[in-house]
Write a protein that binds this ligand. Structure first.
Ligand SMILES: Nc1ncnc2c1ncn2[C@@H]1O[C@H](COP(=O)(O)OP(=O)(O)O)[C@@H](O)[C@H]1O
Ligand SMILES: [Mg+2]
Length: 325
């Protein structure tokens, strides 16, 4: 019998809350529960897609995995080591192996640095040039993302959105990470450029055995990229499973509503489910199931009790009171 591979990343009951401060005394008047009890795993080389409406906590979750937000609770275990228990050098070493790219590479690339400086900054910082010049390393990194070395001494504003995303990728790859959080990496790009960047991400995953947390509100892009999908609603993962299971046999009413909004060529189109009402504030999440005020199938119990998590043998799980048919 072969043992299941060890996860690269294991997240247990993660919570990230932002305090709301009020008045002249700056007292804490409440908490925005941006991420509220999230658990999942990612295997080496695996891509987990993370979908959900704007404001449901996707970016905050990604930032917490990078150590950019301090969790209010829960654990992040990367390569068998608890991120929260590490400090100093050990933490920096571990952090090196996970990197993040953002929707808008313009705001994440320092406009005063040249491309060469940008892509080799991490190598210099971690003393990893190993006798090579910055120029040599920069050329190699740029080549790996399909850019030629002519642009070494140019600045981010001189490039298109797609090229800037390639520069961010070269920069992220410089430290040979095992894990990359891609936060809406193609959402700001033209459709034709989107396809090029998606292909590059698929190619890099293959070549370097990278694992991704691929965040997007675009379900068709997530379907293309992800081995598994997690659906997030108001700081919680409401459904998770293999991409085909979640996309073909969605069980959570929220996932069904999201999917019904996506046109599927050649497939019978289910009736579009229109969600009424806005996403409630994560500072005052509804009691019971957080989705119940908008759920077309809500039962009285949904407003009172947190939903049970149901899990099938294939690992497909969802949190809902309604017994599946
Ligand atoms: N630094 C912050 N301070 C206070 N609230 C924040 C902060 N960052 C995000 N939030 C809030 O947390 C929630 C989740 O935000 P975010 O993670 O950006 O969602 P998404 O990426 O899914 O759009 C939102 O309600 C947002 O307003
Ligand atoms: Mg976001």
């Amino acid at each position: 019998m072969t043992e299941a591979p060890e996860p690269l990343l294991k997240v247990c009951d993660l919570r990230v809350w932002f305090p709301i401060r009020k008045g002249v005394l700056n007292r804490i008047a409440g908490q925005v529960r941006a991420v509220d009890g999230v658990s999942f795993t990612i295997l080496p080389g695996e891509t987990l897609g993370l979908v959900g409406e704007s404001g449901c906590g996707k970016t905050t979750l990604g930032r917490a995995l990078m150590g950019l937000e301090k969790p209010a609770g829960g654990r992040i275990i990367f390569n068998g080591q608890d991120l929260g228990a590490l400090t100093g050098q050990a933490r920096r070493q571990l952090r090196r192996h996970s990197q993040m790219i953002f929707q808008d590479p313009f705001s994440s690339l320092n406009p005063r640095m040249t491309v060469q400086e940008l892509v080799t900054e991490g190598l210099v910082h971690h003393r990893l040039l190993q006798g090579r010049t910055r120029t040599e390393s920069a050329r190699e990194l740029l080549a790996s993302v399909g850019m030629d070395g002519d642009c070494l001494f140019r600045y981010p504003h001189e490039f298109s959105g797609g090229q800037r995303q390639r520069i961010s990728l070269a920069r992220a790859l410089s430290l040979q990470p095992h894990f990359l959080v891609c936060d809406e990496p193609v959402s700001a790009l033209d459709v034709s450029v989107q396809a090029q960047v998606i292909n590059l991400l698929l190619d890099l995953r293959e070549r370097h055995g990278l694992a991704y947390l691929f965040i997007s509100h675009d379900l068709s892009v997530v379907r293309l990229m992800s081995h598994r999908v997690a659906v997030m609603y108001l700081g919680k993962i409401v459904e998770c499973g293999a991409t085909s299971d979640v996309m073909e046999t969605a069980c959570h009413p929220y996932t069904r509503a999201l999917l019904s909004a996506v046109p599927r060529p050649g497939k019978h189109q289910d009736k579009r489910i229109i969600l009424t009402g806005d996403l409630p504030s994560p500072a005052a999440p509804p009691p019971g199931c957080p989705f119940h005020p908008r759920c077309p199938q809500a039962l009285p119990v949904c407003a009172q009790q947190a939903p049970p998590v149901r899990t099938l043998d294939n690992g497909h799980s969802w949190a809902c009171h309604i017994t599946p048919d």
